[in-house]
Design a protein around this ligand. Structure first.
Ligand code: SF4
Length: 371
């Protein structure tokens, strides 16, 4: 059996960022300790099932608010109950203003071998517009501390579409990426969810328009490539061999189990999630799971997720999963003619320009598989 991925949601933040709709609440030491024990209890439900896992990802929230010993406790439980392999990729998200050299060393000693910092921007004005509580200097220092502590795998998140951002200010983020010792970058488009405070803010009027944003995306991708990071997914860039193995599981529709409040799982062909309720989860871990999709359509999934990857999808694999490659090719022809997609090595992939309009392309191609 292919080893699975493990996701652990740690829903604690020092302050809520005005654009964020991830499930998280205020950090309190006692609540975090009780929550970590609840995560371990949920993991124990799978003990003795002969599972093997080769990736574990601490996401949030802000995992770096939790003491290294707490993450270490969860890792030991994952090894004992979920078969987390000694060679596993073990990642954590971190906020630049929550770490110290000693704390980072502690995470490394507990077995974490990859850190992804939520940097978001290398420009002070953009950080202020996002309501981030760290500075550019703190972000740079945090990554250097992590390198000094012994982490060889380091990633940062950056954002496009931030209020006040333009091609000139983007240079500050690119310059930061260039001087930091990274092997991976994620570059996300700011998506303003209705439920967040940013949705009603006049700051939104200061966001780049669609064309300028598209130009910035293409420019950034080209510059990162020039710095030795190849694009392997719509939003992700890595030095050769340094892709996030955990995130690849999502895009390759591999199995993963999510632990913690609001954590999602894809397991035995079903998608389900824990309710987003920290108190209820801590009291009764693993109870009240919400079934999101009882029977996932494998061909649909392969198409939707696989076309996020620069290598795209293979026609033979699509056929194996019950899809119709010929119908897909006919539907994709006009996107290929427009330079938004291309057939290559017996498969189909989106081009970088295609990534910019991937949602509408995918909905049309998906329609071709289910009608
Ligand atoms: S620190 Fe991250 S998870 Fe927490 S509120 Fe900000 S963006 Fe959301």
């Amino acid at each position: 059996m292919t080893p699975l991925g493990i996701y652990v949601h740690l829903p604690f933040c020092a302050v809520k960022c005005p654009y964020c709709d991830f499930y998280s609440g205020p950090f309190r030491k006692g609540a975090a300790e009780a929550y970590a024990e609840a995560v371990c209890q949920e993991m124990r439900l799978y003990a003795g099932k002969g599972l093997r896992a080769d990736t574990l990802y601490f996401g949030g929230g802000t995992p770096s608010l939790l003491e290294p010993a707490l993450l270490g406790k969860i890792l030991r439980t994952a090894r004992a109950c979920l078969g987390l392999l000694p060679s596993a990729e073990i990642s954590m998200e971190a906020n630049p203003n929550t770490v110290t050299p000693a704390r980072l060393k502690g995470y490394l000693q507990e077995g974490i071998n990859r850190v992804s910092f939520g940097v978001q921007s290398g420009n002070t004005q953009e950080l202020a517009a996002l309501g981030r509580k760290h500075t550019v200097v703190q972000a740079e220092q945090a990554v250097r501390w992590a390198k000094g502590a012994g982490f060889s795998r380091l990633s940062i998140d950056l954002m496009l579409g931030i209020p006040e951002q333009n091609k000139a200010s983007l240079e500050d983020s690119l310059a930061l990426a260039e001087r930091l010792p990274l092997d991976h970058l994620s570059v996300y488009l700011l998506k303003v969810e209705e439920s967040t405070p940013l949705a009603g803010s006049p700051l939104l009027e200061r966001c780049a328009g669609e064309d300028e944003l598209a130009e910035m995306y293409l420019y950034m991708a080209g510059r990162l490539e020039g710095l030795g990071y190849f694009q392997y997914e719509i939003s992700n860039f890595a030095r050769p061999g340094q892709e996030s193995r955990h995130n690849l599981k999502y895009w390759e529709a591999a199995s993963y189990l999510g632990f913690g409040a609001a954590a999602h799982s894809f397991w035995e062909g079903k998608r389900f999630a824990n309710p987003p309720d920290l108190a209820a989860y801590t009291a009764h871990p693993g109870e009240g799971r919400l079934m999101l999709e009882e029977q996932v359509c494998a061909a649909e999934e392969y198409l939707l997720l696989g076309l996020r990857l620069t290598r795209g999808i293979s026609f033979s694999r699509l056929a194996e999963l019950g899809g119709d490659p010929e119908l897909l090719r006919r539907r994709a022809a006009r996107f290929c003619d427009a330079g938004l997609a291309e057939e290559q090595d017996g498969g189909l992939r989106l081009t970088r320009r295609g990534f910019l309009v991937s949602n509408s392309i995918l909905s049309e191609l998906l329609y071709s598989q289910i009608t």
